[in-house]
Design a protein around this ligand. Structure first.
Ligand code: PLP
Length: 395
């Protein structure tokens, strides 16, 4: 007898992975230049030079145990200190090393944070559509109930009335993600201010803290100077889950952090619980060398301009054909209205033209598709003929 739940999770691929695998097989049949794979969010822009330089320097100048050995469970203290200093100078905060827990990317950050917060099987965690599908897996794993707030399809900000309706005395946390995967929208200052006020008043009304979990792997990936409000500066009970997967193009190195500011109610206990959850899930001592690499690359990012060029090319090209696209201000996804109500069918029609786009049903937002534009710009150019054919099918 094994875990049925884990068996099911492990034997089914996500819709995105399914499409990605299909694309690789299809490329062998029709040639890779004839497959337009917009399925996955794997950064194509190389990691900045500082990553390579840091690795070489570390390998040449450090003792093996310093770069390959265990660090403290919560991460190397010098790394956490450097991180705190960098955040303080960027966001005018007063953080210290013990506000950070280094871990394996945003997925581990979220899993640990949820495990640390959820104390009862009746606890509820709210997610706001469109959302990253894995949130559901992580919330279930922490033993809480999932509560979904539908998308505000007019603005793709947050429908505050619906959010208010969803909050109950059992609400333990709300997860937000801005810049957003899959919509590409950045929540405005107004949105962050309103959600903060709502959570403050609901926490007071119910006499229990509603935590805001801010999932921020795309924090620096924004265009046209759009501001990404720093959520902890608006709401005291915010825990930040960050990853270098996208900002430094290091998804395979599994490095990121959880930030637990002192402004949190019972901050010290929450930080201890984060350490405990990391321990219980086996996420102690994040990859040692990459902790040190990110310390040497503080404040740097991959070349966002390359994504920006793709964004413009795709947005303008598809809008010109006639598609309705959500204006993309951040991340590297374009969110497009499907041309029929059933977005799964629509994506199937696209697949027949070797256009691999993801129906947004699993993101909690049927009727839309996600197009990932961290791809070769030449592929975007080659794909327009297929997008036009798809459009004309519905003409
Ligand atoms: N959260 C969001 C919104 C994401 O898009 C992703 C990855 O695509 C993750 C979390 C997981 O990121 P990581 O690879 O750092 O675990």
């Amino acid at each position: 007898m094994i875990s049925k739940e884990m068996y099911e999770l492990g034997s089914k691929r996500s819709a995105i992975r399914e499409l990605f695998e299909y694309g690789k097989k299809q490329a062998e049949i029709v040639g890779s230049e004839n497959v337009f794979d917009f399925s996955i969010g794997n950064p194509t822009v190389p990691a900045p030079e500082c990553v390579k330089e840091a690795i070489i320097e570390l390998l040449q100048t450090s003792k093996s145990s310093e770069i390959h050995g265990y660090t403290s469970a919560q991460g190397d203290v010098h790394v956490r200190k450097g991180l705190a200093e960098q955040m303080n100078s960027t966001y005018n905060t007063s953080l210290g090393a013990d506000n950070f827990y280094m871990t394996c990317g945003a997925a581990a950050s979220l899993t640990i944070t949820l495990k640390a917060l959820v104390s009862d099987s009746e606890d509820e965690v709210i997610i706001i559509a469109p959302y990253f599908p894995e949130y559901k897996v992580f919330i279930r794993n922490a033993g809480a109930r999932i509560v979904e707030v539908p998308a505000d399809t007019k603005t793709f900000q947050i429908d505050l009335e619906k959010l208010e309706e969803a909050i109950t005395p059992k609400t333990k946390a709300v997860i937000i993600n801005t810049p957003n995967n899959p919509s590409g929208v950045v929540y405005s200052r107004e949105t962050i201010r309103s959600i903060s006020e709502l959570l403050k008043s609901k926490s007071e009304e119910y006499g229990s803290t509603v935590y805001l979990i801010s999932d921020e792997p795309y924090r620096e990936i924004v265009y046209d100077g759009v501001e990404v409000p720093f959520v902890p500066n608006y709401y005291d009970n915010t825990i930040v889950c960050y990853s270098y997967s996208k900002s430094l193009s290091l998804p395979g190195e599994r490095i990121g952090y959880i930030m637990v500011p002192d402004s949190l109610v019972n901050a010290k206990e929450v930080y201890a619980a984060v350490n405990g959850a990391g321990r219980s899930l086996g996420y102690v001592c994040a990859p040692s060398m990459f902790q040190k690499v990110i310390l040497k690359c503080m404040g740097k990012t991959s070349d966002i301009d390359l994504y920006d060029a793709n964004r413009k090319l795709l947005y303008e090209g598809l809008t010109e054909i006639g598609y309705n696209c959500v204006k993309p201000d951040g991340a590297f996804y374009l969110f497009v209205e499907a041309l029929e109500e059933n977005s799964r069918n629509f994506a199937e029609e696209a697949k027949k033209l070797n256009l691999l786009i993801v129906p947004a049903d699993d993101f909690g937002c049927p009727g839309y598709v996600r197009i990932s534009y961290c791809v070769d710009p030449q592929m975007i150019k080659r794909s327009f003929g297929a997008f036009e054919k798809l459009y004309n099918l519905y003409g």
